[in-house]
Design a protein around this ligand. Structure first.
Ligand SMILES: *Cc1c(COP(=O)(O)O)cnc(C)c1O
Length: 355
């Protein structure tokens, strides 16, 4: 049975899988809600939007996604407040960035209204899948892939846009040690580092494996040209506290314009913390560490929110960070998550209730 609501055709599952989920013990991104949003692009336009049961996607072996990697994604979360209302956090930023990524990968853009309409329809149907335990949320994964056929290295003429969701617990536990990477690069000027293109992450796995073999959990990417400046922490933006100043690099072709990053900058300034957005030299971190002025480093992104860094390795030396009372990382994480979960005033107008 299918029904149309607004511009969307909805086909519901005959039986929900929700009773199979242990909501008190959720991993990150391992289980999937009953439904997904899909819309196909063919004959030069986006077709009928649909919400359908979560299911496999069947493709020809000649589909362009398998050969030329035309794929992009987004990452966002839905939260439930104490009254059981569904909240999103700055979702239009994700919608806009999806299209920035699409454009760079020669994928047709998806209309803003259709994105929000599809996302809201999906969240209404699967609202019981939004977990309410501390630190957990419904992780939302919008993505687009090239489904057109043929071995010719050219953009696909057909695409699929999907939004799938996953009830998820907190992303990583504990503090991590990172290795400053000086050989491999995540991104380069003129490249696709600013886009959430699938291939960017494939390229990170091998250097990260090498860092893990040396006892680190993650790498800090440096600029591809000189390797003198830090750029990102794995797939997160990076922040550093030197003295009482909070620093992060400027976004560029190579650094992804994270929504968590820009929210942290706004919140930190609002808290009266001095923030500098400027290039950060590896040598500056080492000098600050030697003088005892390097107080904190952390990664920032939707999945982990803020991921504190306990120390970094560089050219065979390890530099440990001090344990901080009332750290910026913990203060800023509390402030941003309180906004996201609807526990505090939404001074900046970032919450988006799904009604
Ligand atoms: C997604 C992502 C981030 C974080 O962006 P948010 O919008 O905060 O989730 C940072 N760096 C990279 C490389 C990313 O892919």
């Amino acid at each position: 049975m299918s029904v149309a609501t607004g511009n969307i055709v909805i086909k519901k599952v005959s039986k929900s899988r929700i009773s199979e989920i242990d909501f008190s013990n959720l991993a990150f991104g391992q289980q999937f809600s009953d439904h997904m949003f899909v819309c196909d692009y063919k004959d030069g336009k986006w077709q009928q939007s649909q919400v359908i049961p979560f299911q496999n996607i069947s493709l020809s072996p000649s589909s362009k996604i398998f050969h030329y990697g035309q794929s992009i994604f987004e990452g966002m979360k839905a939260y439930k407040n104490e009254n059981g209302e569904t909240l999103l956090f700055r979702p239009l930023e994700n919608q806009k960035r999806l299209n920035i990524s699409a454009k760079r990968l020669a994928i047709p853009e998806f209309p803003e209204e259709s994105f929000m309409e599809g996302l809201e329809a999906l969240l209404k149907i699967d609202k019981d899948w939004i977990p309410t335990t501390e630190g957990s949320s419904l992780y939302i994964r919008p993505f687009m892939l090239a489904t057109g056929n043929g071995f010719h290295a050219s953009p696909s003429d057909e695409y699929k846009f999907v939004i799938a969701t996953s009830p998820s617990g907190a992303y990583f536990g504990g503090e991590i040690k990172v290795l400053i990477e000086e050989k491999y690069s995540r991104s380069a000027n003129g490249g696709v580092g600013f886009a959430k293109a699938g291939g960017n992450y494939a390229g990170q796995f091998y250097p990260t494996q090498l860092a893990k073999e040396k006892g680190y959990q993650q790498v800090i990417w440096t600029d591809d040209n000189t390797h003198e400046y830090i750029e990102e922490a794995g797939a997160m933006n990076i922040f550093v506290r030197i003295g009482d100043t909070l620093l992060t690099g400027p976004t560029s072709d190579r650094i992804l314009d994270g929504i968590t990053r820009k929210s942290i900058i706004t919140i930190a300034e609002d808290e009266g913390i001095k923030v500098e957005v400027r290039k950060i030299k590896v040598s500056e971190l080492i000098e600050a560490s030697k003088k005892g002025e390097l107080k904190e480093m952390f990664g920032a992104g939707t999945a982990a929110v803020i991921s504190p860094i306990a120390g970094f390795g560089h050219r065979g030396e390890d530099y440990d960070l001090p344990e901080m009372e009332n750290s910026y990382a913990s203060r800023l994480k509390k402030r941003i998550t309180d906004i996201q979960y609807g526990k505090t005033e939404d001074k900046f107008g970032w919450r988006y209730p799904v009604k």
